[in-house]
Design a protein around this ligand. Structure first.
Ligand SMILES: *Cc1c(COP(=O)(O)O)cnc(C)c1O
Length: 405
């Protein structure tokens, strides 16, 4: 390798650089055999050995794959962490982190978790003896009240889905100083561009890479980022022993997606702000949940721990029924009705009939999840077109109301 190339590599690997530079370069170096600038897809399951047990660090691709190794380095750098481990889905990453626990251990978790995480806890880990207590994590005093010897993990999601509550990560990690409980933060909604929980004292950051990191709605993947070497060794062991590894093609697509993460996130944030303000000013719209509003109950925490407010928001109709919300969603032309989030294209979802349909209606209403609540993942299209789309669908709903009067 020539010295120019070497300089390039060490330059790209320093962690002092800005986020955008790291999104493009961190972990990535020209392929040593050909000089290929982009990380090749190492589509192989095994590697030749010159003598039994003698190889170049790669023996079998469940344990290690070069495309995956590069992605893991990139992800660690974006979270300002030392190590990352990638998995075949966000849920596989969460499953791996949960396997750090033993029967009898207790987990304190947000009471409005992602549905799949709640299902993993209650239907996979509770039956084998892991205990769970669900709390409103936006009140750190509650967490303090329930901390005891048996608590081995505190699981935070922020912003939460779909009501966009913000949890003060630092306030909770402060409470845990001196305890052996791990703080885990599901950073999917914020992405590493907006929030870096390890810097706020968290032990493990988890991502559904499927969302903002991948960013193009074409890959399902997960990852965990840590600073402590022993934790990394343990998670790597689980990655190989349990085997939920992502394929090399998906690692390549994710690396490609990550190179524009900073540009996409800026557009998501800008469009999110415009859409949030438009909705708040519309006479037919009721509450709009977006942490960028000064009136948001956790706005100050969001300002402190996030770099911007993101492209996720939810809103409800001022007065209207579930049928009205469904009418509105079906009259949108740009926002597609779909689960998931974080892709370049705008999506709309209806928690009451989609992601949160299994929660009894009374319970749903009590938490503020009303029949007309709709969640937006605001994409990177032109803001005026997104606002125009919402405006024309609201107008169609108004006309429908008039024709019925
Ligand atoms: C999507 C999502 C997950 C699950 O990730 P998958 O990649 O779908 O397995 C976990 N947490 C949050 C907040 C999510 O949005």
């Amino acid at each position: 390798m020539n010295s120019g190339l070497k300089d390039r590599i060490s330059f790209a690997q320093t962690n002092q650089q800005g986020f955008g530079t790291r999104a493009v370069h961190a972990g990535v170096q020209p392929d040593p055999t050909t000089g290929a600038i982009m990380t090749p897809i190492y589509q192989t399951s095994t590697y030749v050995q010159s003598a039994p047990g003698k190889h170049k660090g790669f023996a079998y691709a469940r344990g290690k794959n070069p495309t995956r190794s590069v992605l893991q380095e990139t992800l660690a750098s974006l979270e300002n962490g030392r190590f990352a481990v990638c998995f075949s889905s966000g849920m596989a990453a969460m499953d791996a982190v949960m396997r750090l626990l033993k029967p009898g251990d207790e987990v304190l978790a947000s009471n409005d978790l992602y549905g799949g995480t709640y299902r993993l806890f209650m239907q996979v880990f509770a039956p084998i003896g892991v205990k769970f207590r669900f709390l409103d994590m936006s009140d750190p005093a509650l967490v303090k009240q329930h901390l005891h010897q048996g608590v081995k993990m505190v699981w935070i999601e922020t912003p939460t889905n779909p009501l966009m509550h913000i949890v003060d990560i630092e306030a909770i990690t402060h409470l845990l100083e001196g305890s052996d409980a791990l703080t885990v933060v599901d950073n999917t909604f914020a992405s590493p561009y907006l929030q870096n929980p390890l810097e706020l004292g968290a032990d493990v950051v988890i991502h559904s890479i499927t969302k903002y990191l991948g960013g193009h709605s074409d890959v399902v993947m997960g990852g965990a980022v840590v600073n402590e070497e022993a934790l990394y060794e343990h998670l790597s062991f689980i990655q190989n022993a349990c085997g939920a590894v992502p394929g090399p093609q998906d690692c390549f697509l994710t690396l490609r997606g990550i190179k524009t993460l900073h540009l996409r996130m800026r557009a998501h944030c800008e469009n999110g702000a415009q859409v949030a303000h438009f909705l708040r000013s519309h006479p037919m719209v009721g509450r709009v949940h977006w942490p960028g509003f000064e009136s948001h109950p956790n706005h100050e925490v969001a300002k402190r721990q996030m770099r911007d407010f993101g492209g996720m928001l939810s809103f409800e109709l001022k007065d209207g029924s579930m049928a009205d919300a469904i009418f509105l969603m079906q009259h949108l032309k740009l926002f597609a009705l779909a689960e998931s989030l974080g892709g370049v294209e705008s999506l709309i979802g209806h928690p009451a009939s989609m992601t949160h349909a299994s929660i009894p209606r009374e319970e749903r209403l009590a938490t503020g999840l009303t029949d007309t609540l709709m969640r937006l993942s605001v994409g990177i299209e032109d803001a005026k077109d997104l606002v125009g789309d919402l405006a024309q669908a609201l107008e169609a709903l108004a006309q429908k109301g008039k024709s019925l009067d």
